[in-house]
Write a protein that binds this ligand. Structure first.
Ligand SMILES: Nc1ncnc2c1ncn2[C@@H]1O[C@H](COP(=O)(O)OP(=O)(O)OP(=O)(O)O)[C@@H](O)[C@H]1O
Length: 949
């Protein structure tokens, strides 16, 4: 066999076997063949095999020993001395610490407290701060002159070794102190502030790497830096037993450092670090031996480079020379056991060379090790390296938020935040960094929305007024005396008195209605708290001032219910000069009638219209629409809600109501978009509401009307015994004069889901079971009039049991319905179940709600409902359990801004800060002209077209 064919064959075989014992033998064979390139080939073998250096040293030829220059190193190196300085080297395996693992903030709190405890025990942080690490490995390709470092960061993760670099650090420190700040923002060059430079500004980035980043969508520094770690491994000091895949931290001596060209386009750096650790195994064998046994382990740190340019000798030498034999280094990362005993490979690692005379205790500190999610096929180690480079390339004064705002809200600078999230010295630093980045996510959202609202206003006074309104929402109420006559009259005629929370809500809304700026308000309240009357009163206020009102609901059933309710309320309103004319407009309204109604709306004869989506149809033209109420607003898209905005009114008043105009504001209010009052009966946590509707004012009705008895909730497993019990309870309730809802997840039986009970299939079963009571069926496939007829019969008592699907979930108000049974209730979300439950307990009767679960295991989640009837509490629980996406449903969560790092369920307080900060900035400069960097950043983050409807 020809030598050139033979050698590759032999090598490939060796590599395949990966048996270090054969290494020497094979080398002898190579030498025997006298191949010129034997040395070269040998390097390739090293590259491709898990070879065993000490074996080579002990068993190998002298030539090899001298080449490797390792013998002395091993002899001289007394790791035990160093290890004595690290009393913390006691821990073994460590679980990975997930940044976002838990569903509550507890996990984060535990991590922090655990770390704090650890730090207290093992080192004095002031000492630790003194240590300087060496230049990180990833820094080699940079143009060092362009790199600046933040001095405000307590520990620099990218410490410098040379004097000149320290001087640079000093300069930067002064620089950062002087430059950043509210007054000086105009001094910053916008170029410097831009995080949106292409990643190709990173020196040393190969074409292939650039391509890779581009493919993953990480084409700018911002994108790259916003690829946040998924979690942090909690680095532990190596103990005797090292397992595959652990993230460990070691201190040891560099035994060798080599840059090896493995092929014409492939090279690698290998640094071998020897570390001494306690030898548990031999200690166990020799129990009488009091002296602790030590053993040396060998870490093979490997880093691979692909590309011809990385195979040149100067490059290989430069990377190898960064680590000198006998350097003491702190190595952290993921270990992989090699075949040879006590040899471990690390491909994902971080190495810091420690300087002489420095306190090494820092190395014993637990250090979070960022773990990145892979993206677009690029591996996490690669991303880690590139991100490290991006951090180096990041100018220190990259922060568009002025210094005084940062100080006021206790925020890190943006530069430090990026360093802190990607290379934290400890978990608390990562946490601070995270706080800053979350702040930014909320801040720009709030800023953008407020900015846009201000832009829509003409005068400075109006702008100041709007900001003032947001700053002091508690002052924004109109007391009852300020209400118009019609509203006051209806208030008097109500068969009940409003609760204080309802009164407050009406006052807030009416205050807003009197402003020249279109209101955009969300009225939230628990099921049955009495939102409808609050909205009606708001409509009356507008009508009483000579304008029109529209009330849009998601279902026809609800529209009819509200219409009838309002007519009853207005029946007694005789003394008022102009009694409002109310119309009902839904998809089922006969064509002729709907034409008449539309005409009435257009001429202004109709002052209020209640209806479904039909109200926002283009053909419906209002004469003077001043308020649009959108009930169950989450059922409508943002666009649909926004449609009302196009219904500007062009005359100042309705002809028939001219006399009623009291506020005299009409003239100036021509061509204004109507006020929008959105209502939600699905309480969503305040944070989520603000995030979703950042541009909306929020009014909450907190209590329930007096005399309500909380609904008793029971969870029961749906087995034979369970159903027997439920039927018995139903019978008792019916005998007692009550009415029962049975709620089903589906209408017809399904072959795919045989465990589900279906409404139409059960009607016979229930009728047979309760022969002396009348049963009715209500579901979404029925015609509008059929549904209405069935509901009417149930309301009047002709029907005693109503088998329904979730069509009854919203708005159905039958006050004397006193019991609800929900079949397969695990199929419903918590908020949905709460809504359903809200259909009972609306009168003075003690009501029950029975949640039947298909399996025992699903009972736990339902038990939360057993314990609480507070919708806000349940919404919070739901948010924690399912996250905002599921809680809001597809339609609405589609409008939730993307929060890459924020968890809305736990980060609510930061949102409040961000809101205040945004108001401050805009108060200082309405158009942000004083803060060009901030304005630029806002434009980058929030393309304004995405913000509005
Ligand atoms: N202050 C009050 N005192 C007594 N009853 C009230 C009061 N306010 C409203 N109600 C009555 O409470 C019932 C529920 O009111 P309403 O339908 O407005 O609630 P809601 O908040 O819209 O509920 P849902 O979210 O279920 O639609 C109605 O029958 C209403 O007449």
């Amino acid at each position: 066999m020809r030598c050139c064919n033979f050698l590759p064959f032999k090598f490939s075989k060796m590599c395949y076997r990966v048996k270090p014992k054969f290494t020497d033998k094979k080398f002898v064979e190579i030498d025997q063949h006298g191949v010129k390139s034997a040395v070269k080939l040998r390097k390739k073998v090293f590259a491709l095999m898990d070879y065993n250096i000490p074996d080579l040293i002990e068993n190998g030829s002298g030539e090899m020993k001298s080449k490797m220059n390792l013998e002395d190193s091993v002899d001289d190196f007394d790791i035990s001395l160093i290890q004595k300085r690290f009393p913390s080297i006691t821990l073994g395996s460590a679980p990975q610490v997930d940044l976002y693992d838990g569903t509550t903030s507890n996990s984060e709190a535990t991590i922090i407290s655990a770390t704090e405890g650890f730090e207290q025990n093992f080192y004095d942080s002031s000492e630790a701060r003194q240590v300087q690490n060496t230049l990180s490995e990833a820094s080699w390709p940079f143009d060092r002159s362009s790199v600046t470092f933040s001095a405000s960061r307590k520990d620099d993760s990218f410490p410098l070794t040379s004097q000149s670099e320290e001087t640079l650090d000093e300069v930067t420190r002064e620089d950062s102190q002087n430059k950043v700040g509210l007054q000086s923002q105009s001094n910053l060059t916008l170029n410097e502030l831009s995080l949106d430079k292409s990643v190709d500004c990173l020196l040393g980035l190969t074409k292939r790497q650039y391509q890779l980043l581009d493919n993953c969508g990480l084409h700018t520094l911002r994108k790259l830096l916003h690829h946040f770690p998924r979690s942090y491994a909690n680095l532990q000091n190596a103990h005797a037993k090292i397992d595959d895949g652990q993230y460990l931290i070691f201190v040891g001596e560099v035994l060798s450092s080599r840059g090896v060209k493995a092929s014409c386009s492939f090279s690698f750096l290998e640094v071998i670090v020897g570390c001494q650790i306690a030898d548990r195994e031999s200690a166990c064998e020799n129990v009488t031996d009091e002296v602790e046994q030590k053993k040396t382990i060998y870490l093979h740190l490997k880093k691979f480079f692909r590309g011809t340019r990385f195979t040149y000798k100067p490059f290989l030498n430069s990377i190898a020379n960064k680590y000198q034999v006998r350097d003491i280094a702190c190595v952290s990362g993921k270990v992989r056991t090699m075949r040879a005993k006590d040899h471990y490979e690390m491909r994902e690692y971080h190495i810091d060379v420690l300087e002489d005379g420095k306190d090494l205790s820092l190395c014993a500190k637990e250090r979070p090790y960022p773990i990145y999610p892979s993206k677009g096929g690029s591996n996490p180690t690669f991303l880690r390296d590139i991100i490290a480079r991006a951090l180096h390339a990041l100018p220190v004064n990259v922060d568009p938020i002025p210094k005084d705002i940062r100080e006021e809200f206790g925020l890190l600078s943006l530069h430090d935040a990026y360093c802190g999230i990607h290379k934290p010295m400890d978990i608390s630093e990562a946490d601070l960094a995270r706080k800053r980045l979350i702040f930014d996510e909320f801040f720009y959202l709030q800023l953008g929305r407020l900015f846009q609202m201000l832009e829509g206003l003409g005068t400075q006074i109006e702008k100041d007024g709007l900001l003032e309104k947001y700053k002091r929402p508690e002052n924004n109420t109109a007391c009852t005396e300020e209400w118009c006559c019609l509203t006051k009259k209806i208030l008097e005629l109500l068969p009940y008195t409003l609760t204080s929370s309802q009164l407050q809500a009406v006052s807030e809304i009416i205050w807003d209605l009197k402003r020249p700026v279109p209101m955009n308000r969300l009225l939230q309240g628990d099921v049955g708290c009495g939102k409808t009357i609050v909205a009606f009163l708001a409509c009356m206020e507008v009508i009483g001032s000579g304008y029109q009102a529209a009330f849009m609901v998601p279902t026809e059933l609800l529209a009819i219910q509200h219409y009838e309710h309002l007519l009853t309320l207005l029946e007694n309103v005789d003394e008022v000069k102009c009694k409002p004319t109310v119309a009902l407009l839904t998809g089922s309204t006969p064509l002729k009638q709907s034409r008449i109604i539309r005409k009435g709306i257009q001429t202004g004869e109709i002052s209020m219209v209640i209806g479904t989506h039909s109200l926002i149809a283009e053909r419906v033209e209002f004469s003077a629409l001043r308020i649009a109420v959108v009930d169950e607003q989450h059922r409508f898209g943002v666009i649909q809600r926004g449609r009302f905005n196009s219904k500007l009114f062009c005359t100042s008043s309705i002809p028939s109501m001219e006399d009623a105009i009291t506020d005299g504001s009409s003239k100036s209010d021509d061509y204004m978009a109507p006020h929008v009052l959105a209502m939600s009966a699905t309480p969503i946590p305040r944070t989520l509401a603000l995030a979703l509707y950042g541009d909306m004012s929020l009014t909450q009705i907190t209590g329930l009307p007096p005399g309500r008895i909380p609904v008793q909730t029971y969870t029961i497993e749906g087995n034979d015994k369970g159903f027997d019990d439920v039927y018995k309870m139903m019978m008792d309730e019916l005998k007692d004069g009550g009415k029962v809802y049975l709620v089903y997840p589906i209408i017809e039986l399904s072959e795919q889901l045989p465990q589900l009970r279906a409404a139409s299939a059960d009607i016979e079963v229930i009728s047979d079971r309760f022969p002396e009571y009348n049963c009715g069926l209500l579901h979404g496939r029925m015609r509008g009039d059929e549904k209405e007829e069935t509901l009417r019969k149930f309301r009047t008592g002709e029907l005693h049991i109503l088998l329904a699907t979730q069509v009854i979930e919203i708005g159905v108000d039958v006050p004397d319905a006193s019991m609800m049974v929900v079949m397969n209730s695990e199929r419903f979300g918590m908020a949905q179940l709460h809504q359903l439950r809200g259909r009972v307990g609306r009168g003075t009767r003690q009501s029950k709600c029975i949640l039947i679960a298909s399996t025992a295991s699903s009972l736990n989640r339902l038990k939360i409902l057993e314990q609480s009837t507070d919708g806000f509490h349940l919404a919070n629980m739901d948010l924690l359990l399912r996250g905002p996406g599921d809680l809001l449903g597809k339609k609405q969560s589609g409008h939730l801004p993307e929060f890459p790092i924020t968890r809305l369920e736990v980060d609510g307080n930061i949102l409040q800060d961000a809101h205040v900060a945004a108001l401050k900035m805009l108060s200082a400069s309405h158009d942000l002209e004083k803060f060009p960097a901030l304005k630029l950043e806002l434009g980058m983050r929030q393309p304004l077209c995405l913000l509005g409807d």
